[in-house]
Write a protein that binds this ligand. Structure first.
Ligand code: GLU
Length: 452
């Protein structure tokens, strides 16, 4: 094992932000690249915000992304090999010890019940691995509260103490912490300790160019889990936010990411969050997933987002899933696409009503189609389905596409869906006839016009 030790130190806010997830990922990648240790430290000293659920959200997000952490406390101190994370709320005695040490330097004083640290007024230089040397003018820098009036230690202090105690060699965190770092450096100096190296990673901006906040759509990692994105796809996309694998390279498998992740390839400029790109990256992973994994993943998605699918005939469910795979990119999309096949009483979209069922010839065409499918003997297959559509189109002097769109709307109520002939085959002859028949009857009753 190398001596590299990095950490992810989230505050439990109730969600794991995309930016936080990326910070965790970069630290993890660096640890794995270097053969070092990746420590998870929950910065939960702010008791008002700190709930068990909020902590669970962090764990869940990290597990989902596959970011395993390396060591943790034995409940009080820290035992290597224990996979649990550190909690700052359990480390009060360590902070008390360091507070005494800092007080002994004579650089602290009581002010209104709080303890303050005298900040140096000389320029502070952060030597950053990404940003280079950044100098802070500290002539007007206020002194730093390190212990509140109520006795609780402040973020700056415990963050520094823990990085020291845990032997952290590299602090990789968001650029929004850069101004904190010059304060932290003053504390290291006062404690007579060598600071870790710092790498501040660029901010993630939203589409309007401001810092992505938790209010932005898709800012919480959980969103992607719920929407049935693949963790590997999200992980790959997060890597592209601030780290460049190389020219025009976007899809990089995990082992390659680990092998090639270097801090020197971190970008200086801010990264723009691009939901469309993320969707595309996810699609690449979706397509490449081995069949067995695809089945496992989508079974979980369907169980969650479309529980009714569990009572479908297995052949129908599996057949649909297979043919939909080519056309959708997420588990949520797949679940949405399943809807018309859960019941024979499926709904008709406005689009279908407008584009297909407002056509004065629809009744005539549908009658011919139903007759065509009724003549089929044996089971339905793609070629037989195509032949019926071709024949009806020919007789009506229409392009086959016209007929195909009408059939799609008639068997699913929708204008988009899986390849039609494959869909008809999967549905089977009986269902196709029942569905065409139902639509024809509703059309005749005048119930499928444009919704008012
Ligand atoms: N708890 C801090 C945060 O979530 C930690 C920052 C750090 O990585 O040092 O922003």
């Amino acid at each position: 094992m190398s001596s590299v030790r990095v950490r992810f130190a989230p505050s439990p806010t109730g969600l794991l932000h995309i930016g936080g997830a990326r910070t965790a990922l970069f630290n993890w990648l660096y640890a794995r690249h270097m053969g070092g240790a990746f420590v998870l430290r929950v910065e939960d000293t702010d008791q008002s915000r700190n709930t068990e659920e909020a902590v669970e959200v962090i764990f869940r997000g990290m597990r989902w992304l596959g970011l395993d952490w390396d060591e943790g406390p034995d409940g009080k101190g820290g035992v290597k090999g224990d996979r649990g994370p550190y909690f700052q709320s359990q480390r009060g005695s360590i902070y008390a010890k360091y507070l005494e040490k800092l007080q002994a330097t004579g650089r602290t004083y009581e002010d209104g019940g709080a303890l303050k640290f005298k900040m140096p007024k000389t320029p502070g230089v952060v030597k950053d691995l990404v940003c280079g040397d950044v100098t802070f003018d500290r002539t007007n820098e206020p002194d730093l509260v390190i212990r509140r009036k109520d006795g609780t230690p402040v973020f700056h202090f415990v963050n520094v103490v823990d990085d020291l105690e845990m032997g952290i060699t590299h602090v990789i965190r968001g650029e929004d912490h850069l101004t904190n770092t010059q304060k932290h450096l003053a504390l290291y100096e006062a404690l007579g300790a060598e600071p870790p190296q710092f790498a501040h990673i660029p901010l993630i901006l939203n589409q309007s160019g401001s810092k992505m906040s938790k209010r932005d759509d898709g800012a919480a990692l959980e969103f992607y889990e719920k929407a049935g994105y693949l963790p590997a796809g999200v992980r790959n996309y997060l890597c592209l936010l601030g780290w460049s694998p190389g020219e025009n390279e976007e899809i990089v498998p995990l082992d390659q990411l680990i092998q090639r992740f270097e801090l020197k390839n971190l970008n200086r400029s801010n990264a723009r969050f691009d939901a469309v790109k993320l969707f595309w990256v996810n699609g690449e992973y979706w397509r490449a997933l081995p069949d067995a994994e695809f089945e496992k993943f989508t079974s979980e998605c369907l169980a969650r987002a479309c529980p009714q699918s569990s009572s479908m005939e297995p052949a129908l469910r599996d057949g649909l899933r297979k043919i939909m795979r080519e056309k959708v990119r997420t588990g949520q999309e797949l679940a949405d696409w399943f809807e018309p096949y859960l019941t024979e009483d499926f709904a008709y979209s406005d689009d279908a009503r407008k584009k297909q069922f407002s056509n004065p010839d629809a009744i005539k065409l549908l009658s011919a189609l139903l007759a065509g499918f009724t003549e089929i003997s044996g089971s339905l297959d793609d070629a037989k389905a195509e032949a019926v559509c071709q024949k009806v189109a020919l007789e009506a002097s229409l392009k086959p596409a016209k007929v195909i769109h009408l059939v799609r709307a008639s068997v699913s109520g929708r204008t988009v869906g899986p390849s039609l002939f494959a869909l008809l085959t999967v549905l089977g002859l009986d269902r196709v006839k029942v569905r065409l028949g139902r639509t024809l009857a509703l059309l005749k009753e005048g119930q499928l016009g444009v919704a008012a």
